[in-house]
Design a protein around this ligand. Structure first.
Ligand code: F6R
Length: 607
């Protein structure tokens, strides 16, 4: 969603802000702006892309100054426009503010400010914050910020500067991401680490309502009582290249190719000679035996990984698993019983609905285990236990390595719980561990399908509809395949449990319709074969995904893509790889902006 960058230091601020905002582009935006301080505050903003902003900055002579704040906006209150873009100024021009989040009581605050004689120029909730800050400002930025957030209900990350304070910048966050970068020649705020990685590897991760006062060579963090909080430095050793395209045309392809490595990092430290070792979780055998039901909650692809998780965990542990969309779970007053476990899955760790679902589970006194990629994110911090996916930064809007590493963690949890419950023997556990250990290499092998998928993409790039069929785990995998295809190529696509075809969908199959059949569950293979014959008889073109060595499928499908042999419960990890590649190449073939599909944002930090 919106992105924030701020800088105060010895360097020119504008290039740093523009560069940082570029690295936040992946979050999705429709307008952008910066404010730079030099004797006064100069604000430049525009609807459109960052290139438009850069051009405007250059036309105005580059905006000189060593302190500034920048923002990419993804419209919520008010259409995308120059006026609604951030930074927002107070009426007297004294305060400049950037905001990410939603101010829920902005109508009430606006009314109050109008009564104080203030007028507004934009339709945004964020302008209210700029005015409110100014209303409370009496010479001390921290005091004004404390007063302001006491009045605001909602979610926020704010970066604020004041015309009277040439060497101070303040920031705060609540339910919206923001971190502080500590540099040698200056200090930063940013919505995420990649935005600042070029300048520093040392960060303060902020808790809700911790207030930061940044100066050129000093950062002080306060609580709401204005007591100083001592923060630990969080050091990241990511290479800058891990936040760049590394020679690929798109981040998505880079991230597809990074999957073997991401899977190694996620799996290998947790697979020992003795079985599974889960860092970050503290479940005794008694804890696991006491779990009556597992509720897995997530959005989008993370929800798809959760559906696979349900099949795997139920199969291995016989603990009933319910899977919920976070946006449903949070409002449906879910029945959670003592002893239930809630598993929250999120790549970003900041998805608003998922975070709210976590809080609902905690409100009902249920233990929460989070599967998260972004270290120090809100979900990671609020969960009782966290298992990180170690996929590294994921920039492309469409998740790839985020999803496959989530699957890997589902397997680890399933096996760990199963063994502790005595459902599988040591020998079976080690057998599964061996198969698990092979997944990164199997994935690597599948990536050589690159060329073939690009050829198939040329043939099918102009399909109108694509149906993806599967049974059992293959159905769960089909859902993610379908999402990958539709979100980046804009081709209508649906996943179907193959047994459901006859209950309606088959009427949509006509001559030439592309059907992708995921056929990797050995015990369901015969049944799926019949479904393939049914669609073939109605003129469909069929691409099948099957296990290496399965020749029967070649007699019915037009094309067969083989995946390496593995345990039935692990096939989702392989099925998705050819589908990621096919979706990517179809999107490229259709001229789509692969990394930034229309209308989508990477991190959905508002409802
Ligand atoms: C699709 C995709 C989204 C996310 C969803 C949840 O490719 O990436 O569907 O999976 O928005 O995001 P996280 O995992 O960050 O909570």
């Amino acid at each position: 969603m919106c992105g924030i960058v701020g800088y105060i230091g010895c360097e020119q601020a504008a290039p740093i802000l523009l560069e940082g905002l570029k690295r936040l582009e992946y979050r999705g935006y429709d307008s952008a702006g910066i404010s730079i301080y030099q004797e006064t505050i100069q604000t430049i903003k525009t609807k459109g892309r960052l290139a438009d902003l850069e051009e405007k900055v250059n036309q105005l002579g580059g905006a000189m100054g060593n302190m500034g704040i920048g923002h990419t906006r993804w419209a919520t209150h008010g259409v995308p426009s120059d006026i609604n873009s951030h930074p927002h100024l107070s009426q007297n021009g004294r305060i400049s503010l950037v905001h990410n989040g939603i101010i829920e009581n902005y109508m009430e605050l606006k009314k109050f400010l109008i009564e104080q004689g203030r007028t507004f120029v934009s339709d945004t909730d964020s302008e209210i914050a700029a005015q409110l800050f100014d209303y409370y400002y009496q010479g001390d930025m921290v005091d004004a910020l404390i007063h302001m957030i006491e009045k605001i209900r909602g979610s926020y990350a704010f970066g604020i500067m004041c015309r009277d304070k040439p060497d101070e910048l303040v920031a705060v966050r609540k339910d919206s991401p923001l971190l502080v970068g500590i540099g040698a020649d200056g200090n930063f705020i940013g919505s995420d680490i990649p935005a600042l990685l070029e300048y520093t590897r040392d960060y303060y991760l902020l808790e809700d309502n911790e207030i930061v006062l940044l100066k050129k060579n000093e950062v002080t963090v306060y609580n709401l009582e204005k007591n100083i909080i001592k923060k630990e430095i969080f050091h990241v050793d990511w290479d800058i290249s891990s936040a760049e395209k590394g020679g690929y045309d798109y981040f998505m392809m880079k991230e597809i190719m990074e999957q073997p490595e991401a899977l190694r990092k996620t799996l290998f430290p947790r697979i020992t000679e003795d079985g599974i070792q889960l860092d970050g979780v503290h479940f005794t055998k008694e804890d696991i035996d006491a779990i009556g039901r597992i509720h897995i909650v997530a959005c989008g692809s993370a929800w798809h990984a959760s559906v696979v998780g349900k099949y795997v965990i139920e199969e291995l542990t016989r603990i009933p698993v319910e899977v919920d969309l976070a946006s449903e779970f949070r409002y449906r007053n879910p029945i959670l019983n003592k002893g239930d476990l809630c598993v929250i899955v999120s790549q970003s760790g900041e998805t608003a609905d998922t975070l709210a679902a976590l809080r609902e589970a905690k409100r009902q006194g249920i233990r929460v285990l989070a599967i998260v990629n972004v270290v120090g994110s809100s979900i990671a911090r609020e969960a009782d236990d966290v298992i990180y996916t170690w996929a590294g930064p994921e920039i492309a809007v469409a998740t790839t390595k985020g999803y496959t590493t989530q699957l890997a963690v589902m397997y680890l949890i399933g096996l760990y719980f199963s063994y502790e419950k005595g459902r599988i023997s040591k020998e079976q556990l080690l057998q599964y561990c061996k198969a698990l250990h092979e997944i990164p290499q199997g994935t690597e092998k599948l990536l050589v399908l690159d060329e073939r998928m690009s050829q198939l993409a040329k043939v099918y790039a102009h399909s109108k509809d694509v149906f993806i069929l599967g049974r059992g785990i293959d159905y769960a995998a089909a859902m993610e395949s379908s999402l990958k295809l539709k979100e980046i190529s804009y081709i209508h696509s649906e996943a179907y449990a193959a047994g459901e075809l006859k209950h309606g969908t088959i009427s949509l199959i006509e001559d030439g319709t592309l059907v992708i059949a995921v056929a990797t569950q050995s015990h369901l293979f015969e049944k799926l074969l019949s479904n393939i014959k049914e669609v073939k008889a109605r003129g469909a073109k069929v691409i099948a995904i099957a296990i290496e060595g399965n020749k029967d499928i070649e007699t019915v499908a037009d094309e067969v893509v083989y995946i390496p042999e593995t345990e039935n419960i692990f096939t989702a990890s392989y099925n998705i790889i050819p589908m990621q590649l096919l979706s990517y190449y179809i999107a490229v073939e259709r001229g789509c902006d692969v990394d930034k599909p229309r209308n989508l944002a990477k991190s959905v930090t508002v409802e």
